[in-house]
Design a protein around this ligand. Sequence first.
Ligand SMILES: [Zn+2]
Length: 295
Amino acid sequence: MVIDCHFHVDETMLELDKMIEEMDQNNVDKTALIPPFNETMYEKESTYQDNLHRLFRFLIMNFPNIGLKLYDGLVKDGYFKVNGSFKIFNEPNNDIVANAINRYPNRFLGWAAVNPTVPESVETLESYLNLPGFIGVKAHPFMHKYRIKELDFIGALCENRDIPMIIHLSSEPESYKYLPDKYPNLKIIYAHAGVPFWKSFWKYAKEKPSVYVDTSSDYLTPSIVRSVVQALGYRKVLFGCDGPYGMNKFNEYDYSEKRSWIDSLDIPQEQKEWILGKNFIDLIKSIDQSFMQNE
Ligand SMILES: [Zn+2]
């Protein structure tokens, strides 16, 4: 079974019906959905932006202190500033994910997103976690600009419920250590291979049995995906796309690209299957699996 562990629902960019069609074409059985964190965000063809992305990756890999500054500058005054300026939603709307699961219960799972700095977001979190199909919690200290410590009680909650968290890290130094050190049984996926830390984080993650990464988004490249699989091993890496971001036009999302990053890895097919779905199924095995049956 192939599961995409990281994809946002934003029907202003990609409609659910179209998503299902694309999933079918690319043999993706299920997708774990996340609400949108920002307004409609298309990619524009731009050599300048491509070069900026390349520079960013190079710096993060080789001169992380400079890279982190560039990374920090991407979020300012409530806007995400990459290839334009896009309003960030302070309180992510989990109803969007709940509705998508209702429409396609056999195809979609859900991450309940939380912003710990918004009381209402925290108060409603568990009600979403109790809905069928919701499998864990997404947190975004990068876009919502808070210190990792603010996720303390959410880490405790997820550890108690034995459900995973997926976190997109900010540039706060060594923030990837805080939750795993405090809650060793908490299962954490750091999005985009642990951006913006990569190498230093991989060294740490290798020794932490409950820490995982996903391969989603255009932050990464096939070569970074190869490096992270080499650094962590196939049991700690999960396939994801982070769509609909990266697309240029309404309803035209190319699933095959991110999928090819995994398919082209120079490892046995059996190991690819772990990355493509088995690791994820393992992470959510404590949750009621009745919704995992196909059709
Ligand atoms: Zn994402």
